[in-house]
Design a protein around this ligand. Structure first.
Ligand code: ZN
Length: 258
């Protein structure tokens, strides 16, 4: 099992530091929006930066890349269909982001919707889902369509249940408040909210979650469920297909205050 450390950035971003199984002194970071906290993490733990994985082009995910690439020999991977600083290897679905000397190898999935070229990295029983799948929620649909985002989330939901979900932000408590507005009788979500509130009160990360847990609590992965479909259809005042259910729930969340 991989050892992965959270490096906090900005108000609620997570930059994930993957400790290389084949060389514990080296790390690969995911979505370094800011170079400074990464540098502090490296020097504080006597580690060397060997690689960078990027999920999408937003500045809070790539803002530190140019500076970190000056650290020396750093291998970078990013989405093929977005403009990314530092000229990373351009990844699309079917490609692999591999660091053979470090014992790390990730498959790439195309998951458009939040941005047009958003990708995920999957391997070693973990997924780095960027701003597409959050714990108990999902990213806003900025550049793609609701159909695309719905399909991207379905792709992630189809990963094995044990897969740990490392997303880009600490939004879990607010997301669960919304999840319970959608499904007030979801006891698993209510219990998970208490667990996550307790973790946050101790300033602990609620991430990672798992695909199995997300299938139980995340309304955006539950658009095929009767409970979610019914509440979406009541809001829309008509029958909806699964992508339309997603669109109604997403729009509701955009204006939701917990
Ligand atoms: Zn984003």
């Amino acid at each position: 099992m991989l050892q992965i450390s959270p490096v906090r950035a900005f108000a609620d971003n997570y930059i994930w530091a993957i400790h290389a199984p084949a060389d514990p002194r080296q790390v690969v970071v995911v979505d370094p929006g800011d170079a400074e906290p990464v540098r502090q993490f490296l020097s504080g733990n006597d580690l060397r930066l060997a690689g960078i994985l990027m999920t999408h082009h937003h500045p809070d995910h790539v803002g530190g890349v140019a500076e970190l690439l000056r650290e020396g020999s750093v291998q970078a991977f990013g989405p093929a269909n977005e403009r990314i600083p530092g000229d990373p290897a351009r990844m699309r679905e079917g490609d692999r982001a591999a660091f053979p000397a470090l014992g790390l190898d990730f498959a790439v999935l195309d998951i458009p919707g939040h941005t047009a070229g958003h990708i995920a990295y999957v391997g070693h029983d973990v997924v780095f889902s960027g701003d597409t799948l959050f714990s108990a929620g999902c990213g806003r649909v900025f550049e793609g369509t609701a159909e695309q985002m719905s399909a991207s989330l379905a792709k992630l939901a189809a990963l094995p249940e044990r897969t740990l979900v490392y997303c880009g932000h600490e939004y879990t408590v607010n997301n669960l408040a919304f999840a319970l507005a959608v499904e007030p009788d979801n006891a698993t979500a209510a219990e998970y909210l208490e667990t996550c509130r307790a973790k946050r009160s101790r300033n602990e990360a609620t991430v990672p979650s798992s695909i199995g847990q997300e299938r139980n609590v995340n309304p955006f992965l539950r658009c095929d469920r009767h409970t979610v479909k019914q509440v979406a259809e009541a809001r829309a005042g008509r029958r909806l297909n699964q992508a339309e259910v997603f669109a109604v729930i997403r729009q509701w969340k955009d204006g939701f205050k917990s």
